[in-house]
Design a protein. Structure first.
Length: 502
């Protein structure tokens, strides 16, 4: 199964009056994993879309051996029908038919089983897609592309939603496919993945391909140097300084004490099951865990958005009252600043402008439109929101730039309001590029230096290690381990799976 060679030469893509790609040139060859890197908004997703013919290309050429049917794309946001079973989704659009043109599910199942056997990608074919875990959904998307007969797969930030173990598995699979001759391109922000798995790398910056070359075997023996070279190309200059948590006073007092939180969901499952933890003043505590183990509910409970939660949240010695009214909610917000992992549901108005989003919720706290405009400009600059246009609709920004708006707003605001005691952040840099992640980390460290207690939930263990004084592992709604940030991935990973010996 040799994949096609794809040659994309000097293409330009424009949406309305906005250039998504000014000039991109890339050749994808079969047999290697080709990593595509670049800041948020650099044009990576657009490049993949242009390759499969989904983007309004205004110049340049796209040539694919064997025609466009030979390639398939796994999108950043999955395209599965949630009411269908995995098997139904797998064959959707390519259903094998029996007599009278009827869908032959038995045949589909045999073919699907054979494909899973061959690739090692496993999903429960009878489960409804809505019941599948993120990693399974992704495997299903890849199987779908292969089922169609594609020999080239383009994946847009596939590991952004995966746990470290799942990411590892994904690259093992992609490696096997590449060795079998498939053509594979992966967009990612995670440098460790590139260094370990990619055979070729292309970097986009502000709509242009600025570097495209193979990675030599000997370069992998000096990963720090390789990372430095790639980071410079991504940012177009000096890489950002490494963050580390600020010094913590020996006698720092406990600022936050969460005691025995219990939350039962509609199906009777205890999504928080006796969760307790403490955070001191000036301390940054990281929460590691496989998605779906209660981290999202913990953040929502802290924000006062889970009225059914039992247990107590004590801040500076005073127990916070339950949130039962909008006035309660306002009080809770004054005490705790929260960034939710789902920026669309909780933090971002897609139809409002970037500027309005950057000061959302601060009505009455800013004196006059002049001060407001200045504040918006400052936040755009500080967090590198791109493009730097306050009037642009927030929904038009790339995902990473939307994240900068939400996190930047919360952190910038909290630094100016001394009465707040706690910051809780859910996945603060998910899908965010190195430069922006560094800015966000710097702001988190600064908040801790000012004496705030900080709780960070993240799927990125490297991030937790660089930021936290302590790492707590959450499993099935409770904290199962407390580890120093120097702990290896392996040990943290075992604790995340609930293994006792971690
Ligand atoms: N449908 C669209 N309409 C308008 N602008 C878009 C659209 N899609 C992407 N863009 C713009 O094109 C640029 C590149 O976006 P994208 O390819 O998503 O970046 P990346 O994937 O590298 O983060 C961004 O500035 C983004 O705002
Ligand atoms: Mg993208």
């Amino acid at each position: 199964m040799r994949g096609p060679v794809m040659k994309i030469e000097d293409i330009a893509v424009r949406y309305g009056d906005c250039w998504s790609i000014r000039s991109a040139t890339i050749t994808l060859e079969p047999g290697v994993i080709h990593a595509i890197l670049g800041e948020n908004g650099a044009g990576k997703s657009t490049l993949l879309k242009a390759a499969v013919g989904f983007a309004p290309r205004v110049a340049g050429t796209v040539r694919i051996e064997g025609g466009a049917g030979a390639i398939g794309m796994v999108h950043q946001h999955f395209m599965l029908v949630s009411a269908f079973t995995a098997l139904e989704n797998l064959v959707l659009g390519n259903e094998p038919t029996g007599s009278f043109g009827r869908l032959d599910l038995a045949k589909a199942r045999r073919e699907a089983e054979a494909l899973m056997e061959k690739t090692g990608l496993r999903v429960n074919l009878d489960a409804r897609t809505s019941e599948l875990a993120v990693g399974e959904r992704q495997r299903l998307e890849i199987l779908r592309v292969l089922y169609r007969g594609a020999r080239a797969i383009l994946l847009d930030e596939p590991t952004a939603v995966l746990s470290p173990l799942e990411a590892e598995e994904l690259y093992t699979t992609l490696g096997v496919l590449a060795e079998g001759g498939a053509t594979i391109a992966v967009v990612t922000h995670r440098m460790d993945e590139v260094i370990r798995f990619a055979g070729h790398v292309t970097i986009m910056r502000r709509g242009r391909t600025v570097l495209s070359r193979p990675i030599a075997a000997e370069e992998r023996s000096d990963p720090k140097r390789l990372e430095d070279v790639l980071t410079r190309a991504i940012m177009g200059g000096e890489p950002p300084p490494e963050t580390s948590p600020p010094a913590l006073a020996q006698d720092a007092k406990v600022a936050l004490s969460i005691e025995d939180l219990v939350l039962v969901d509609a199906g009777g499952k205890r999504v928080l099951d006796g969760l307790s933890l403490t955070v001191k003043k000036g301390e940054i505590v990281g929460i590691a865990g496989i998605e779906g183990n209660g981290q999202r509910e913990l953040v929502r409970a802290a924000a006062g958005l889970e009225p059914g939660v039992a247990g107590s949240i004590v801040l500076d010695g005073a127990r916070l009252p339950a949130v039962r009214s909008t006035e309660d909610l306002r009080k809770r917000r004054r005490a705790i600043a929260v960034v939710h992992e789902d920026r669309h549901a909780d933090g971002l108005m897609l139809d409002a402008s970037v500027g309005d989003n950057l000061v959302l919720g601060e009505l009455g706290e800013i004196d006059g439109p002049g001060a407001e405009a200045a504040l918006i400009t400052r936040r755009i600059e500080r967090f590198g929101v791109y493009p730097p246009e306050p009037a642009r609709r927030a929904g038009e920004l790339s995902g990473g730039n939307q994240q900068k708006v939400v996190v930047g707003r919360a952190l910038d605001r909290i630094e100016a309001s001394p009465e707040r005691a706690l910051v809780v952040l859910g996945q603060p840099t998910r899908g965010v590029d190195v430069g922006a992640a560094s800015t966000i980390h710097g702001a988190i460290v600064k908040a801790a230096e000012k004496g705030l207690a900080v709780l960070v939930v993240s799927a990125d263990l490297g991030e937790l290690r660089r930021l936290s004084h302590r790492i707590l592992v959450i499993h099935r709604g409770r904290i199962v381990a407390e580890l120093p940030p120097t702990t290896s991935d392996d040990v943290i990973g075992r604790a995340m799976l609930g293994m006792e010996d971690a």
